[in-house]
Design a protein around this ligand. Structure first.
Ligand SMILES: Cc1ncc(COP(=O)(O)O)c(C=O)c1O
Length: 465
């Protein structure tokens, strides 16, 4: 029997919840009233008085004073295992080797104007291209993921002489206008006027919400549809997608092989965005290694700067070194020596501490425990994971048997967990998205799972909304 797709939830805000829980919700206000003391509130008010407000950040949740290893700590001294970390904490926060490399580099050379290069940048270029699979032997650095995505889009246009892109609904590639044109989240793209022309979206490999109603397991109709769009359009410059959506949606093994073949058939480039999931989080250094394909371009970011410096990298091959007459990026901090030193130290720590294997093993352990949680909590509709990219999807059953995303309950579980010292975000409204530091210990993982268990128990097991 086919699993019915989740039917939409009624709240008007829900369409904006794809990337994370919102700071506009009534539950946020209730939590804040109970947990934020006057000193913290005064700082939050000052912050909200200075910064522009946005739905996923300002006004902020709390004020931090420390971040170390797998933990963050607020100014009242409350510690939280950070299973969110904006995915910058592959090596944990403030890893001593990364901090030392940054301090050392600050004393040596702290900036490099764009007409020059510097040894840390050259060394990083060599390191990244030596680590990348296949023929990915050219790199361009940028001061953030969004800007690196923008460079990839420009390069794809120049290299192919085409301007169209196909990307996935519900995806995120950054907040700038070019990135939201290929992104698929309402909170970033609705109400900002015309976006880039020629950007088509197709459904992601996400059986729980699949418009093709493929059932609980993706049957690749979505990949075939993407191939169909490439064929019908005929002149698409690139398919751009997150290899694994950081919700996570985990496409089946053949998904990328089928799309890679369709790209090759139609002269379309394949650009994979591994900004939050690269550098070992998935249990491979590059997530596309799980799929036996090599993209034409891959974008890394977030944790590349060791969770200290903003840094991203576009990796591609020499056949696409075809835009020498123009500036693809040329960002001021393109080859910032301190950022490059942080990245080199980060890559060294990932190797020395075997963080890729660790993510694979710890992820498998956590997934097994999450499956066990699913047997005891009817609110859990699905658990999934790839390395330390883990998700728990919550749903309630309506009287007519339909399953509806448990949006209010997911938020409640999040705040109950926060009370007990576990921080994570909720994506798509109802997916508890768990992305701990790769240095997390077994004891810390057990502690986090126990908090989740207790929070799910407290929120209860409703069968109706
Ligand atoms: C998949 C993905 N792509 C791109 C970006 C944008 O990166 P940045 O915030 O460094 O510009 C993000 C950030 O969350 C992301 O998750």
């Amino acid at each position: 029997m086919k699993t019915p797709p989740l039917c939409p939830a009624p709240d008007a805000l829900d369409v904006f919840r794809a990337e994370g829980d919102l700071n506009l919700s009534p539950q946020r206000r209730v939590w804040a009233a109970e947990h934020i003391g006057p000193a913290t509130q005064a700082l939050l008010d000052q912050d909200a008085g200075h910064f522009l407000h946005q739905s996923l950040s300002t006004p902020c949740l709390n004020v931090l004073r420390r971040a170390e290893g797998a933990w963050i700590e607020d100014i009242d001294g409350r510690r939280y295992l950070d299973f969110h970390g904006n995915c910058v904490h592959q090596v944990g926060f403030a890893h001593p080797k990364v901090v030392a490399a940054v301090k050392h580099q600050l004393d040596e050379l702290c900036f490099c104007p764009r007409r020059y290069t510097c040894e840390p940048a050259i060394e990083l270029g060599a390191k990244l291209t030596s680590l990348a699979p296949g023929n990915l032997n050219r790199v361009l650095l940028a001061p953030g993921g969004t800007t690196a995505i923008g460079m990839a889009l420009k390069l794809a246009r120049v290299a192919t002489g085409r301007f169209k892109f196909v990307s996935l609904w519900d995806s995120f590639h950054g907040a700038s206008l070019d990135a939201v044109s290929i992104g698929g989240e309402a909170a970033f793209r609705q109400g900002v006027g015309p976006l880039l022309p020629g950007c088509e979206h197709v459904p992601p490999a996400e059986p729980m919400r699949c418009p093709f109603r493929c059932g609980k397991v993706c049957n690749l109709t979505c990949a075939d549809y993407l191939a169909y769009v490439l064929e019908k359009e005929g002149d698409v410059a690139a398919v751009v997608a997150e290899t694994v959506r950081n919700t996570p949606f985990i496409p089946p093994p053949e998904y990328w092989q089928r799309i890679r073949a369709a790209c090759d058939k139609h002269g379309t480039l394949l650009i994979l965005d591994e900004i939050p999931i690269g550098l070992g989080r998935s249990g491979k250094l590059f997530a596309f290694e799980h799929y036996g394909v090599v993209p034409d371009m891959v974008v890394l970011g977030k944790g590349l700067g060791g969770g200290i410096f903003p840094l991203a990298a576009l990796l591609t091959n020499e056949a696409l070194d075809v835009a020498g007459q123009m500036s693809l990026g040329h960002y001021t901090h393109e080859k910032n020596p301190v950022a490059c030193a942080a990245a080199l130290a980060t890559l060294q720590v990932i190797e020395e501490e075997n963080l890729v294997e660790r993510a694979r093993e710890m992820g498998a352990y956590a997934l097994e425990k999450m499956r066990e949680l699913a047997t005891r909590h009817p609110l859990i509709a699905d658990v999934r994971g790839l390395g330390l990219l883990l998700g728990i999807e919550l749903a309630v059953t309506l009287p007519d048997g339909q399953r509806q995303p448990a949006i209010a309950q997911a938020e409640q579980v999040m705040y109950e967990a926060l009370k007990r010292g576990l921080n994570f975000k909720v994506t798509m409204g109802n997916v508890l998205t768990l992305t701990p530091a790769l240095v997390i210990t077994r004891e810390e993982m057990d502690q986090a799972l126990a908090i989740l268990d207790e929070s799910l128990r407290l929120v209860g097991t409703p069968t109706t909304v």
